[in-house]
Write a protein that binds this ligand. Structure first.
Ligand code: SF4
Length: 627
């Protein structure tokens, strides 16, 4: 089947059994892969009320039709399960080479069920799946375990692995593949830990995938590479990585600072991608087929933060801001060290930074006192405190055990008004983007099905110039306006839903920058050349819309309605300084955007997908799941 293998592997760890299942082309045509496929499977198979850390939860790794081809940005895969952080839809994408390798090994997707009686790892190679003893790996860091597994399997194996954080069920533990790419969000590393599954190693010797129109595919590749070569966005990502955006975010007054108390950080220059390039950057790496090479490789030799090596990559923007401006820390080497620790322990850098910021603000406001912190002074901007907190969170020691639960649960446990300092949506900590200075993002945070997420839809600032007129997505956006943002979020969210189902990187596409990157029309042609399907931009949007609706149904079954589509109350306060000074998102602003968004989606005013809309999308069979 061009574009796909047409088969998944299902492993039951409780029984130590494995079987292959065929996937019909019709399933791919409707759900595509990645998020769409995972949502279909979990909706059909998972008891919605299952405990996310019980054997009954299912963990899915899924690829898409372009995964493993030379399409620029095709090195991604998706991991999905019920999230232990939000108790709702859990999903995280990762780059690198693991996804393509799964296809080379003979599968579009992997479903892991049950719980092994003792630690194991999976070794998947050329359609063989082995459940191997992993007792000797338990307790190892990600780097130690990855290297050991490669020695035991194949030196070229791609390894998706958890660290001690996943083993101890830290609710925002992540899965790291090949030591420097993360499925970071929604705590899926803890799901792996709960299954006694240390790692999944994959290798396939059949390294060429079939495409329907190989010559057309090749011609499109030439065009796409030319576009990316001329794109200033791509050039900046190569030069400075994603944290090359730090200076402009600071200028716009939207660099999350001091737990979102403000959007301006005076130390911003010292933590930027430009500063990194001049100091600790030793190389750039990439994901399969991508010329952009936005992934950083850093090294810190000697000094307090020495020992950081390029094996674990380097901090991207989210990590730089989460351990930098958010905590008033302008020491770039310490940020690199925090990133290194998080990758070794397998813990999400965004949630970790936000949780530490929460603890620091609680301490500042005297909600936490020295007797609660084991004698630690939680001082803003102090790298030693930051690193110490990472250690006790991973070990679940003292206050660390409370913080390992994420800010929502930690605030409930601490009480005394701590909730007002807990920056989360639906239980997931906010990423490093300030919604008061880009109002569509406020709506995107509120409605995102995996909790606070910056990748739910495009950002207002990316569409201040050109739009995507063929899909009715306007350009020339005013970042402070609220009118029209419901429509904008819905339409770009559908495109993001497509990207996560095709499992391609958004950074190379017009979804990130419609003026310069690979246009949606060309992505449709790539999909056609890979699969042989006759598709256009509107078809892509519909595929994405299906995936968005399915993940919403997953959450609606668990009781999510409009009342849950909210953002932290802090954003109703005026931004105190900088170029976004005076901006806020009031409950009335959010209501206006929600009304517009639900209407555009064809959902009820309470945010529930309707039978009519689901039928129009060709997924009416899922309407019966809505309570
Ligand atoms: S842009 Fe960066 S994250 Fe995206 S595929 Fe390329 S290297 Fe990977």
């Amino acid at each position: 089947m061009p574009g796909f293998i047409g088969r998944l592997a299902r492993v039951d760890l409780s029984k130590g059994k494995f079987r292959e299942e065929e996937i019909e082309e019709e399933v791919f045509r409707k759900f595509l892969g990645g998020r769409g496929l995972a949502a279909k499977i979990l909706l059909e198979e998972l008891d919605p009320n299952v405990d996310p850390l019980s054997p009954e939860n299912k963990l899915i790794f899924a690829t898409g039709p372009l995964t493993g081809t030379a399409y620029p940005g095709s090195g991604k895969h998706i991991v999905a399960a019920k999230s232990p952080l939000t108790s709702l839809w859990g999903e995280s994408a990762s780059g690198g080479y693991w996804g393509p390798e799964l296809k080379f090994a003979g599968y579009d997707a992997l479903i892991v069920e049950g719980r092994a009686s003792s630690p194991v790892y999976l070794w998947i190679h050329d359609r063989e799946v082995e459940v191997r003893d992993g007792s000797h790996l338990w307790g190892m860091t990600v780097v130690e375990a990855t290297k050991k597994i490669r020695r035991e399997t194949d030196e070229h194996a791609r390894v998706a692995c958890i660290g001690p954080a996943g083993e101890r069920f830290v609710r925002y533990a992540c899965i790291i593949n090949d030591m420097n790419h993360a499925s970071g969000r929604t705590g899926l590393g803890a799901v792996m830990g709960s299954k006694n599954l240390k790692a999944v190693a994959v290798y396939g010797s059949r390294r060429r995938l079939e495409t329907a129109k190989p010559n057309e595919f090749k011609n499109l590749l030439v065009e796409a590479h030319k576009i990316l070569k001329e794109s200033s966005t791509a050039q900046s990502l190569f030069n400075y990585g994603t944290s090359g955006g730090v200076p402009s975010l600071n200028e716009l007054g939207i660099l999350p600072t001091k737990n979102f108390q403000t959007g301006v950080f005076e130390g911003s220059e010292r933590i930027s991608g430009q500063a990194m390039a001049e100091t600790i950057l030793v190389g750039r790496t990439t994901c399969m087929g991508c010329p952009i090479q936005c992934v950083r490789a850093v090294r810190v030799e000697g000094g307090r933060f020495g020992g950081v090596t390029e094996e674990t990559g380097g901090p991207q923007y989210e990590t730089v801001a989460a351990f930098g401006s958010l905590l008033l820390n302008d020491n770039l080497e310490s940020i690199a060290y925090a990133h290194y620790l998080c990758n070794q322990y397998g813990i999400d850098t965004i949630s970790t930074g936000v949780t530490i910021a929460f603890a620091m603000e609680c301490y500042e406001k005297k909600v936490l006192r020295k007797e609660d912190t084991g004698g630690l002074e939680l001082k803003w901007g102090d790298p030693e405190t930051i690193l110490k907190l990472i250690e006790i969170i991973v070990r679940r020691e003292g206050l660390g055990d409370v913080l390992a639960e994420g800010v929502k649960r930690a605030a409930e446990r601490i009480g005394k008004g701590a909730e007002q300092y807990a920056m989360h949506v639906k239980g997931q900590e906010l990423p490093m983007h300030e919604p008061r200075g880009k109002k569509a993002l406020a709506l995107a945070y509120a409605i995102s099905n995996r909790g606070a997420c910056h990748l739910t839809s495009s950002h207002d600032t990316s569409f201040s110039g050109k739009g995507i007129p063929e899909l009715g997505i306007e350009g020339g956006l005013d970042r402070f306006a609220v009118n029209g943002k419901g429509r904008f979020v819905k339409r770009t969210e559908d495109l993001m839903g497509f990207c996560n189902s095709a499992v391609i990187c958004r950074f190379t596409t017009a979804v990130l920058n419609p003026a310069e990157n690979i246009p949606i029309k060309m992505i449709a042609k790539f999909l056609e050349a890979a699969t042989g399907w006759n598709v256009g931009p509107r078809d892509l949007q519909i595929m994405g819309e299906r995936a968005v609706n399915l993940t919403r149904i997953f959450n609606v079954r668990l009781g999510v309605t409009r009342k849950d589509d909210v953002i932290p109350s802090r954003f109703a306060e005026e931004m105190p300084e900088g170029a976004s000074k005076g901006q806020k998102v009031t409950p009335e602003d959010l209501d206006l955007m929600l009304d517009e968004y639900y209407e555009e989606r064809g959902w009820t005013r309470n945010g529930i997908p309707t039978k009519e809309r689901l039928e129009a999308l060709g997924i009416g069979e899922f309407a019966r799941l809505i309570p």
